[in-house]
Write a protein that binds this ligand. Structure first.
Ligand SMILES: Cc1cc2nc3c(=O)[nH]c(=O)nc-3n(C[C@H](O)[C@H](O)[C@H](O)COP(=O)(O)OP(=O)(O)OC[C@H]3O[C@@H](n4cnc5c(N)ncnc54)[C@H](O)[C@@H]3O)c2cc1C
Ligand code: FES
Length: 234
């Protein structure tokens, strides 16, 4: 894990999402499902983002601009600088026999890199609208499911499922594929275990999701991620 000031190479739009490309410097790209804390201009706290892919000399992040921090990141311009810390957390285990990537919305963010590392397995990706589904072009071999259908309706449980998406989707995937690897989310202030801002309940005990996750295996689930940072200094 390192912290470096990096420059923005470009911000490109993929459907409604911003693909932020920054120079990699001497940062390690880490493994798929790991994340980086990105300085969000004008905000006190950095924001956690999964690595989307890592072209030569760059790190790329797919961002859903849902609030002040993500909007500030999406508005960056080539040449702007930001602090980047990572790679952080535990990503997906890659020793799977018959992988199937299952994602919903911005949950597909780690899939381009994950797919590359797994040799382009099939993927099942769900979106609210066709505009959001434009981002599926980043994921090789992706079957797109649009609402009102859900990815869980097309899920083949005979695969090793690796999933990322909204909590209700992860819960549904966990019920159908109990051995799935699931990438959970919680608000994070530091990203490396120091602040306890990401404390969640994992199998009946309190744990820091940034240290034990964000990817949890099998029956483990992260629950109780209160939005403690909301409206505070974030
Ligand atoms: C490990 C990890 C990886 C992530 N990867 C990506 C990614 O690749 N692309 C991406 O667009 N987003 C990703 N996120 C989510 C992203 O970090 C948040 O959307 C962002 O921090 C929100 O900041 P904001 O200032 O824009 O909005 P805020 O005003 O901080 O939040 C807007 C709303 O979302 C809620 N919220 C904020 N963060 C979270 C969270 N992490 N979990 C649940 N609710 C939250 C807030 O309570 C509030 O209601 C990831 C989060 C984690 C923990
Ligand atoms: S984000 Fe600080 S302990 Fe996890």
């Amino acid at each position: 894990m390192r912290r470096e000031r990096r420059s923005v190479v470009a911000v490109e739009w993929v459907g409604p999402y911003a693909l932020l490309r920054v120079t990699r410097g001497s940062l390690d790209r880490g493994g798929p499902g790991q994340f980086f804390m990105l300085e969000a201009p004008g905000r006190v706290l950095p924001r956690p983002m999964s690595l989307c892919f890592a072209p030569r000399g760059e790190l790329a992040f797919l961002i859903d601009a849902i609030g002040p921090g993500t909007r500030a990141l999406a508005e960056l311009e080539p040449g702007d600088e930001l602090a980047v810390l990572g790679p952080l957390g535990n990503g997906f285990r890659l020793d799977v026999r018959k992988p199937l990537l299952v994602g919903g919305g911005i949950g597909i963010a780690p899939f381009p890199y994950l797919s590359e590392r797994l040799g382009g397995p099939p993927a099942l990706v769900g979106f609210r609208t066709a505009h959001h589904a434009e981002s599926a072009a980043l994921v090789p071999n992706a079957e797109v499911v649009l609402e009102p259908r859900y990815v869980t309706e097309a899920l083949r449980a005979d695969h090793d499922v690796l999933a990322c998406g909204p909590e209700p989707m992860l819960e549904a995937v966990r019920r159908l594929a109990p051995g799935a690897q699931l990438a959970w989310e919680a608000p994070m202030a530091c990203g490396f275990g120091a602040c306890y801002g990401c404390a969640v309940e994992i199998e009946g005990r309190l744990a820091r999701l940034c240290v034990e996750g964000p990817v949890l295996q099998g029956r483990a689930r992260a629950s109780g991620a209160a939005s403690r940072l909301e409206g505070a200094v974030a």
